[in-house]
Each structure stands twice: as C-alpha cells, then as structure tokens.
Design a protein around this ligand. Sequence first.
Ligand code: AMP
Length: 221
Amino acid sequence: MTTPAVLILLGPPGAGKGTQARMLEEKFGLVQLSTGDLLRAAVAAGTEAGKQARAVMEAGELVSDDIVIAILRDRLGEEDTARGVILDGFPRTTVQAEALDTLLAETGQKIGAAVALEVEDAAMVTRISGRYTCGDCGEGYHDTFKQPATEGHCDKCQGTEFKRRADDNAETVAQRLQAYHAQTAPLIAYYDGQGVLRRVDAMGDIGEIAGALGEIVAEAC
Ligand code: AMP
C-alpha cells in the first residue's frame, strides 16, 4: 500500500458494512471510520452534536450534513488515519460526498474504491432485528446467524456484557432503508462517474464477501 487511500463502503443498513470494515481493519491495518459509531459516542457523551443527533437517529432519519461532516473532518484530522481509512456509513448524501472530495484534496488522500454492497431489502430487517455486539470489544453477533460459541461469553474477549442498538427495531429499520434509497443510493452513480465504483454481492457467506473486498483493497488501495 503506497499512497494512503480511502475505501468507501456503500450499502443499506444490515448490508454488513461494519462487519466487513472490522475484518479489513484487522487484515490491512486500515482504520475503520464509522459515522454511526462516532455519532453514538457523541450521544453517549452528551455533546451538543450528540444532543441534536439523538432523536433523529432514533427515528431512523439522517443526521444533518453539517453535523456529520464536522464529526468526520475532526476524526480524519487524527494521526492514525494517515494509514488509510475505511469509511463505513459515510458519505450518505451527495452533499457529504462532495465535502469528502474537498477534505481529501486537502489531506492528499484519494478514494481507492467505493464498494456497493448489494443486498435485498427483504433480508435486511431480519439481519438487523437479531443483531447485537459485545459491550467490551464490539464483536458482532446475531440471534439466528452467529451466536457466541459459549453462551453469554464473547468469542474474542470473553466479555459477558452484550448490547443492542436503540435503532435496530423493525419500525426504525424501515425508515432507515427508505433514507438509504432516497438519499444514499444515488451515490452509486456518483462514484461510478468518478471511475472508482466496485460492486460486491453481499447476500452470501461473510468469508466470501470478505475475500472479494480484500481483493479490491489489495488492488485499489
Ligand atoms: P449506522 O451505524 O451507520 O447504521 O448509523 C446509525 C444512524 O446514525 C443512522 O441511521 C443515521 O441516523 C446516523 N448516521 C450515521 N452516519 C450518518 C451520515 N453519514 N449521515 C447522516 N446520518 C448518519
């Protein structure tokens, strides 16, 4: 990896962006930047941005571009991102995509690839409704698809506290899917126009999807 590059993961909620970003982070040393995680941290810390974002997130709508862009700009300014980043959940609007182009022009980084994780909406509600994470290390689990090998103990860190996101319920998921199609899906054409779009079928096996993404990173980032 010569030039520190940026990998963008595009896809609706439940497509596996977070899971895949974590795997790529481990394998390639890139830094995962999830605006959802950054916003949840701001809500938990009770910052001004967090206070404004909270109700919007609980409703499954998009937080304002100004807030999200400011949060991302701050995070991109931290030293570790010079190794290259995986953007998970950003950009989600054309305004954000344009702001990212401007930010990257300032830092000298470039978009290696924008990967559209292609999934069927119908499967996303099931995927999201059953998911939870380890409260200590963040490892992801699912009621049906991936339970810890020893019940109640995280496979990775042996933690015993697990948590579910407040917005991972059926009503909010429907709103989040709608927001994705209305505001984020147009970015697929945006990045196609920039010549960096790649498409990956994300309905199958997690390991196979990771393999396809790994090839893209090795080639483009
Ligand atoms: P995620 O963890 O990516 O599913 O994001 C959870 C929620 O945070 C979303 O439903 C939005 O309310 C908010 N959010 C995360 N990233 C963005 C973004 N780039 N733009 C606007 N809202 C965002």
